[in-house]
Design a protein around this ligand. Structure first.
Ligand SMILES: [Zn+2]
Length: 224
């Protein structure tokens, strides 16, 4: 999970239209109807939202950082069932993978870290030994509770994710530190270059950058 600088809504996503869509949803909901996205230009609204969000979310799930393509879903941070007035509010929507979106379901958002409002890296890190996302060491009790709530709500310690951290990011990290070890006995000029590559892999647009950053933090390569 990383900080996301929210991009503007598509131009057609006007206040007037949000009012209309919300009004229709309230009527439908009242009659017990199921949720569906309205259409704009013959495409469902979530389709438009996905394209827009993929840009400022680096094509990743807002919660687990998995790269997502056509399977991306639009997640309501405040649930549309409990907060119907927020169903079309742009700042309430994130792009999420199926697993995170379904783990959350209609659960209460209260206390969850909202990645476009605060930096998840201030609350969370990935333990490089257990590969589990945990509250960051030394944070306040309140921050810790929020970290735990977020991890639970989006099921961020599911087994697939641990496997993906290992498969996607660990080989580079292990290679690098093996080289560092070697360079101590026979100095190697490429270490600086390798380090630059490794730091680039910890940039926000990379998959599982929270994991990479946590690992580099643990090894003392970066400070925060
Ligand atoms: Zn996800």
């Amino acid at each position: 999970m990383i900080y996301l600088k929210r991009g503007s809504a598509p131009e057609f996503w006007t206040r007037e239209r949000v009012k209309t869509w919300t009004g229709r949803w309230l009527v439908k909901r009242e009659k017990g109807g199921d949720w569906s996205w309205p259409q704009v230009d013959k495409q469902p609204l979530n389709q438009h939202a996905r394209l827009n969000m993929a840009e400022w979310q680096y094509g990743k799930c807002a919660f687990c950082e998995t790269l997502i393509g056509s399977g991306a879903e639009v997640e309501h941070f405040r649930s549309k069932a409990h907060y119907p007035l927020a169903a079309f509010v742009w700042r309430n929507l994130f792009l999420a993978c199926h697993d995170c979106n379904h783990a959350k379901g209609e659960a209460d958002h209260a206390g969850c870290i909202k990645p476009d409002r605060e930096n998840p890296a201030d609350y969370l890190w990935v333990n490089p030994i257990s590969f589990k996302i945990e509250p960051k060491y030394g944070i306040s009790d309140k921050a810790r509770q929020r970290a735990i709530k977020t991890i639970k709500t989006y099921n961020l310690n599911r087994a697939e994710l641990k496997g993906l951290y290992k498969a996607t990011n660990m080989p580079h990290l292990v290679d690098f530190f093996v080289q560092v070890q070697h360079s101590k006995s026979s100095p190697c000029q490429t270490i600086e270059e390798e380090l630059a590559i490794l730091q680039a892999k910890a940039e926000l647009e990379q998959p599982f950058s929270l994991f990479t950053r946590s690992y580099l933090l643990y090894r003392g390569v970066i400070k925060r």
